[in-house]
Design a protein around this ligand. Structure first.
Ligand code: ZN
Length: 449
């Protein structure tokens, strides 16, 4: 098969020792020299020069603005992904050399960025300018689709026949949906008897092989790692840095929404760390191509799973943070998708928070659940992980980290419809049980309770 792009156009590079590897041939996604994580790099200049010639603009930021603004809102059912997908609109910044015919898209990325409603503004503190990017309004209901479309496109371009992941939540849904679109075999490993019907149904409906193992989630992860290392099964989990490339569009979408003025803060929940890594990389990329970037990242963790917030201190250096960091044993939390004691991407989180002069916050269980309920009062049903970020913003306002009038965008990672168990447990006390079926009784309850 003819290569989709060369090793000099797009490549993998170890974030610790700089070792370079071939994205299309890589199957392990760990540096063979030092076990470090990979970043993806591109030679951005030739595609930019081609665009600049068309638009006759000298400055790269103006060229990108012109191209991306032209494409926004142009998509129809029969236009290609560069016009119809809110991820591939930014193709020149995320995967510039991939031929369009290799792209596997479900028209992801066109998500709303809404101003916080009245109740949420009051709860957080009315002095800030607060917005939410609702990434749960994606094909599979979570932010993973932003990265999934890029990951599966690369898998297809690399001639992959089967992908695998061990995830009980959003990753398995994303992997299964995009594998279906790519016509690639997908397997999802789950611990038998330990997942909810909601976690099973998405990979099943998308036609993945759902394999349950007689063990716990860690056993699934161990088998998954062996499959990757020894049998060259392609990993769909967050070790795969193609996902980060797509997920950077969180930053580009936010910038475009505010006419290319980046906000003062972007607040993200931190579980395995892919949100924080992607937002940070996207901000650095925008700065590199000439945009004015002042945005700080607020990383937020729940009290039950806060290894990064625990080891963080104001004005800490990356090295000091790495020395202070320890994985932890996690406690119980409704924010199960971020219930991670040793995040895979923890070094990338430390890099991005530090480089953006950002901060870390910890959200209490009470606050994160309250945040979800309050968003509902404004008409938005968000997941408990979004609740972590919202509660983190509230704490950062209280602690004076976020200042008056600053603009803050919270990344809402998934729809609350994936987490109905926790929301209904918290809210079922609100259900009014009528003592009879009489119309007057019901009327009285409607008007006076
Ligand atoms: Zn290395």
């Amino acid at each position: 098969m003819k290569r989709a792009f060369t090793k000099d156009q797009t490549w993998l590079q170890c974030m610790d020792c700089g070792y370079r590897a071939d994205l299309l041939n890589e199957r392990f996604f760990r540096c063979p020299k030092c076990q470090g994580l990979y970043d993806i790099h591109h030679d951005l200049n030739p595609p930019l020069k081609a665009l600049a010639r068309v638009y006759e603009l000298e400055r790269p930021d103006l060229t990108y603005k012109r191209v991306f603004d032209f494409r926004a809102g142009k998509g129809t059912s029969w236009s290609g992904p560069v016009l119809s997908s809110g991820v591939w609109r930014f193709k020149e910044l995320i995967m510039p050399y991939l031929p369009e015919k290799h792209i596997i898209s479900l028209q992801e990325g066109n998500v709303p960025i809404v101003r916080a409603g009245k109740y949420l503004r009051q709860w957080v503190g009315d002095s800030i300018d607060l917005y939410i990017i609702l990434e749960g309004q994606s094909p599979t209901g979570s932010f993973k689709d932003f990265g999934g479309t890029v990951m599966m496109s690369i898998a297809k371009a690399a001639g992959i026949e089967a992908v695998c992941c061990a995830s009980t939540g959003d990753t398995s849904a994303m992997a299964a949906a995009y594998a279906a679109a790519a016509n690639i075999r997908c397997a999802v490993l789950l611990p038998k008897g330990k997942v909810t019907p909601a976690q099973l149904v998405q990979p099943l409906i998308y036609g993945a092989r759902v394999i349950t193992l007689p063990g716990d989630f860690d056993d699934c992860m161990r088998v998954m790692q062996h499959l990757v290392t020894n049998y060259r099964i392609y990993p769909a989990n967050s070790l795969n840095p193609s996902r980060i490339e797509g997920h950077q569009v969180t930053v580009f979408l936010i910038a475009q929404n505010f006419e290319w003025e980046l906000p003062d803060w972007i607040a993200v929940p931190v579980g395995n760390g892919s949100n924080c890594s992607s937002v940070g990389k996207g901000l650095r990329l925008m700065s590199q191509v000439g945009f004015k970037v002042k945005t700080k990242i607020l990383g937020c963790q729940s009290q039950a799973a806060n290894p990064l917030a625990l080891s963080w201190k104001n004005a800490i250096s990356i090295q000091e943070w790495q020395n202070a960091y320890k994985s932890i044993k996690v406690g119980e939390t409704t924010a199960t998708a971020a219930r991670i004691g040793n995040p895979v991407s923890c070094k990338k989180v430390m890099r991005e928070i530090t480089l953006s002069n950002g901060e870390m916050q910890t959200a209490s269980e009470k606050d994160l659940n309250e945040a979800v309920a309050i968003c509902g009062r404004d008409g938005y049903f968000v997941c408990p992980q979004t609740g972590i970020a919202l509660a983190g913003v509230k704490n950062a306002v209280r602690d004076g980290q976020i200042q008056k009038n600053e603009r803050v965008v919270v990344v809402s990672t998934a729809t609350g419809l994936k987490f109905t168990d926790s929301a209904s447990n918290n809210l079922k006390k609100e259900i009014i049980s009528a003592p009879s079926c009489k119309t007057e009784t019901v009327l009285n309850l409607i008007m006076h309770t």
